[in-house]
Design a protein. Structure first.
Length: 92
């Protein structure tokens, strides 16, 4: 017998734990789940953690521009010198 549960969004229940019973699916050697819409995560990656017998799934936070730039390797290309001339005078 199927029990109907009223749908609520995460924002409506902010600050409260939301719990849903879901089905587990077996695909070859992997076990998968389908997340209900109200649990959808942003992006296309997540972190799955096993702690004390509990699975935790959390969205991967988007890196800041400064954090991304700090991980880049310096370029070894030779850049041409740019002559820094004064602007030409303008009559106003």
């Amino acid at each position: 017998m199927r029990t109907l549960v009223p749908r609520r969004t995460v924002s409506e229940e902010k600050g409260y734990m939301i719990e849903r019973r879901i089905k587990l699916h077996r695909e070859g050697h992997e076990q998968t789940i389908r997340l209900p819409d109200e649990f959808a995560l942003p992006g296309d990656e997540a972190i799955l953690r096993l702690e004390a017998g509990r699975l935790t799934l959390e969205a991967v936070g988007q890196l800041s521009l400064l954090s991304t730039l700090s991980r880049l390797m310096p370029l070894d290309d030779a850049w041409p010198e740019i002559e820094d001339r004064l602007p030409e005078p303008v009559d106003l």
